[in-house]
Design a protein around this ligand. Structure first.
Ligand code: BGC
Length: 919
């Protein structure tokens, strides 16, 4: 069997997704732009479209990001004077990338506008288009400042001037998450479009919308409100040590629709179209569900799609509930004017249940349906949805009897609604605290001990061929093998696809000898990150995907990504990112889907469905409550069990139960005092025992672990294994225990059982057994044929990389390296020690002394030092720079911006050793 990845089809699907995910918030008829009209485009973002946010989720190397400007100019006339003004200005104001990790500015300096330029442009053009861009990302939350969440003064002046002089102004926001929108009321532009960050096809999809080739059908996955202060989580966001989830289950629209509808500028689920729709509904009630037939008719002049959304209002009961909760949605196909489609949406009564974490209903730690009236609302956003059905429950029904897990230990108050004459007001109640001893309970649940058996020669392939059970196979492993198998190797492990985040499974010679291959994982979530520079498809970001409300489209798109993973020999993508948009300033919101857990779960299931069709998977991350970047290694999220169950764990639960997920990543920080990498109640009791998960759990990269009450560090792998977080990601060389983890010492003193290690080893091997890597071991691998890829797509060619060790004082000879303009040379090196190195490059040239020949050293595709040589009259000259070698495994690349140098060698001298294990 052969899989075929049709690159053109991939591109088309991404383009379609971009167009379906953009959300149109205002339009007085200016959009779509008329063909052959003259458009004056303002804002420097027109020249630097953000394909994504920053950090691991944004580091996809692409051949090309399609510029919206280039696409537009094919159909409309761009005002040449305005264009020229920007081009001239940009010569002295190049794009500022910042230096290094988490250093790219949230926005770029904007060109101040000259009033006469704008005035003249208004006379010469039909429409103004303003493009505003923002980025943020990993380790870099947005801030409540101009240039980040707020517009800068120059941007406001641009908006003011342009909207004053132009009759028609369209504002396009190329952003990763929502930004302040008060300027819409102040400047009243004719149209406002959230284009989000659309990956490499961002420009094509956006132009399809602007030019009317596609009618917008994206809907807001977040509520947009007037002020940041309106968010109940604002006082508790951005602190160093702890995040208090006082708003409890009242996140996003759940809060605003219940308590503060007047704060909302654009409601959850909202988005305009170029056409209009009529919606009629018919609901039938069975014993356990409502079945809604929602008939959508296109009543306008142009084709389009519509999203129908169903919201539940539960009675307040004893527990208290938000007045709206998304319980179903569906999207029509493209409907021509006059055309009609009936969607069938089923709302099981099981969705009436709420989690009782206090016992106030008499059923602590259970999902219960309280007596009262349950009301279903249907519409095209949360605010305009109208009541279509109601169901009366007479007596309390317990739907799921569970146990207390992950409850808080810090006393705090949480929000609870209190009815008023006109609605609900915020009151507070004490959050129920932990009543059990999790450590004692864990002790009682430890697996029965097993002893090592003789090496009977069994290999993992014998398990695959059902010659032997996995248990018997694993019983042969030595304790040292077991301690090594729970260590992942990376980044840039030489065992797997170059430039990827990690390898796991067969990460030592001994494990390899047992026939255990190394599985490969790569970031994620919006395309494949390969730090050696290999090109990959950059996908639209999470927020955009969610805004499509189109699960079929997302599944089809991720089937293509699945094929691309297979082509690159990667078994799991490190995504989807599933944390909630609890606060708009979270830097990684672009990677995540929504403020709503149901939409989040549906999107994750769609992605997994797509990837599973072709035998690869995704790694759900970050499990759980990773909703802030600042101090993420040490942040303790203090959150009620109910909010965890109904919100922060919900999407994961759906992805496990409905999406059949088999790989999960825990977070850097803690939930209720226990770092999630060692959180037994999360990683075993909820995930596996309750939800039936049978896959691997991995830590986030270089995460800390703690046993409750101890300081978190990177050594406590015994706690990690006991919790059934199977893999510590990542160490340089797993066989050498570089972080001095405590697995073997805990085994020796009996605090860790061999059976606990065997349990994780089994999870890891099970993963490998169902992954493409095992097919390669068995010689049954499916080949991948790639059709129609652009010739320059290096992604699709195999890269030969040779590995060498880096020892302090060593010189890499460079005499054979070609240094012609634009060329580069790559080394794959494994550093004996990580730390600060003095790197010396020795070169000579006969060029004149004013010649400048820059050589840039890239580590894992990030520029780390530039050596600029002048002519040396034929003498060897050395230059030294400090370079931080962070990873044990690295791809180092020398890039020659201008030819003319002859190279001798590159030497590395360790200046300061860096021991991650202490950090
Ligand atoms: C991020 C993860 C990512 C990992 C590997 C971490 O810093 O939090 O989301 O998958 O690095 O790059």
């Amino acid at each position: 069997m052969t899989y075929t990845l049709d690159w053109q089809a991939y591109t088309k699907l991404a383009r379609k997704t971009v167009a379906e995910g953009a959300v149109l918030l205002q339009n007085d008829g200016v959009l779509p732009l008329q063909p052959a009209s003259t458009v004056a485009v303002f804002g420097r973002n027109q020249f630097n479209y953000y394909k994504s946010g920053t950090g691991s989720g944004g580091m996809v190397n692409v051949t090309n990001v399609v510029s919206p400007l280039d696409m537009l100019r094919e159909d409309v006339t761009l005002n040449a004077d305005v264009l020229k003004a920007y081009e001239n200005w940009l010569e002295d104001h190049p794009f500022d990338q910042g230096e290094g990790w988490a250093a790219e500015p949230w926005s770029q300096e904007e060109m101040p506008l000259d009033a006469t330029l704008v005035q003249q442009a208004a006379l010469d053009s039909d429409v103004a288009l303003i493009m505003i861009g923002r980025t943020a990302g990993e380790d870099r939350d947005n801030t409540a400042d101009p240039g980040s969440y707020f517009l800068t003064e120059t941007e406001q002046e641009m908006l003011g001037l342009v909207t004053t002089h132009f009759k028609q102004t369209v504002v396009v926001l190329n952003v990763g998450n929502i930004i302040d929108m008060r300027w819409v009321e102040e400047t009243a532009p004719s149209a406002v479009l959230y284009a989000w960050q659309g990956g490499m096809e961002g420009g094509t999809g956006l132009s399809d919308l602007l030019l009317g080739r596609v009618s917008p059908s994206g809907k807001l996955p977040d509520t947009i409100v007037r002020s940041l202060d309106d968010y109940p989580s604002t006082p508790h966001f951005g602190h160093a040590d702890r995040a208090l989830y006082q708003e409890d289950i009242y996140v996003g629209y759940r809060y605003f629709e219940t308590f503060a509808p007047e704060a909302v500028l654009y409601p959850f689920g909202y988005g305009l179209s170029y056409t209009s729709f009529d919606l009629t509904t018919d609901v039938t009630t069975s014993a356990d569900a409502w079945t809604v037939t929602a008939t959508v008719t296109n009543t306008g002049q142009t084709s389009g799609k519509e999203v129908v959304q169903g919201y539940l209002e539960k009675p307040q009961g004893q527990l208290g509930n938000p007045t709206r909760q998304l319980v179903t949605f569906g999207k029509t196909e493209e409907l021509a004017p006059g055309e009609q489609e009936s969607l069938t949406l089923v709302v099981p009564f099981a969705s009436f249940a709420s989690y009782d974490d206090s016992g106030v209903t008499g059923h602590k730690s259970s999902y219960v349906i309280e007596p009262g009236t349950y009301q279903l609302y249907l519409g095209t956003d949360v605010r305009s949805a109208v009541p279509v059905a109601s169901h009366s429950v007479e007596t309390l029904d317990v739907t799921d009897v569970l146990t207390e897990n992950m409850a808080p230990v810090t006393a705090f108050e949480r929000i609870k609604p209190q009815a008023t004459e006109t609605g609900y007001t915020v009151t507070y109640e004490a959050t129920p605290l932990r009543t059990i001893d999790p450590e004692q309970r864990r002790q009682q649940e430890r697996p029965v001990e097993r002893t090592q058996t003789e090496d009977a020669g069994w290999k993992l392939r014998d398990v695959k061929e059902e010659q032997v059970t996995l248990e018997t196979f694993l019983d042969q492993l030595t304790d040292a093998d077991l301690a090594a198998i729970v260590r992942g190797e990376g980044m840039n492990s030489p065992r797997v696809t170059p430039g990827t985040a990690g390898a796991f499974g067969g990460v030592t010679a001994e494990l390899e000898a047992l026939g255990i291959p190394a599985g490969c994982c790569a970031d994620g979530p919006s395309g494949i990150r390969m730090d050696i520079g290999t090109k990959a498809f950059s996908l639209p970001n999470g927020t955009l995907l969610a805004s499509t409300f189109n699960t079929t489209l997302i599944a089809d798109l991720f089937e293509m990504t699945g094929l691309e993973l297979r082509k690159n020999e990667i078994d799991t993508l490190l995504g989807p990112g599933m944390n909630l948009h609890r606060h708009p300033l979270n830097g990684r919101n672009f990677e995540y889907f929504s403020e709503d857990s149901y939409l989040t779960g549906k999107m994750a299931v769609a992605q997994l469905d797509g990837m599973h069709r072709v035998g690869v998977t995704g790694t759900l991350k970050h499990f759980s409550a990773n909703n802030q970047e600042f101090h993420r290694h040490d942040l303790d999220s203090i959150v009620s069990e109910r909010a965890l169950r109904e919100l922060y764990l919900k999407g994961f639960e759906m992805a496990v139960k409905d999406g059949k997920a088999y790989s999960i990543m825990t977070t850097y920080g803690a939930v209720n005092g226990i770092w999630t990498a060692g959180l037994y109640d999360q990683n075993t009791r909820i995930l596996r025992d309750e939800w039936g998960f049978d896959g691997i759990v991995m830590t986030d990269w270089w995460a800390k672990i703690n046993a409750e009450g101890t300081e978190a560090n990177r050594q406590q792998t015994a706690t990690m294994v006991r919790s059934q977080n199977d893999l510590y990601m990542v160490v340089g060389e797993p066989g050498t225990n570089p972080f001095e983890d405590d697995t073997l010492t805990a085994l020796a003193d009996g605090t860790l059982r061999r059976s606990e290690l065997l349990r994780s080893a089994a999870n890891i091997c099970q993963f490998l057994l169902r992954s493409p890597i095992m097919d390669r071991v068995m010689g049954t691998a499916t080949s991948i044929e790639v059709l129609g890829a652009p010739v320059e797509e290096e992604a699709l060619e195999d890269q030969a990389v040779s590995h060498q060790r880096l020892v302090s004082g060593d010189a890499f000879p460079l005499t054979d390296v070609a240094t012609t303009t634009g060329s580069s040379h790559v080394f794959a090196v494994t550093a004996e020690e990580t730390g600060m190195y003095q790197v010396t490059l020795t070169a000579r040239s006969n060029a004149g002394e004013l010649a400048q020949m820059p050589v840039t050293l890239f580590a894992n595709n990030m520029p780390v030092a530039t050596f600029t040589f002048n002519g040396t009259n034929g003498e060897w000259v050395s230059q030294t720079k400090d370079v931080f070698v962070f990873n044990p495994h690295n791809y180092l690349k020398l890039y020659f911006a201008l030819g003319g140098l002859e190279l001798k060698e590159l030497t590395f001298t360790l200046a300061e050793s860096f021991h991650m294990k202490n950090g």
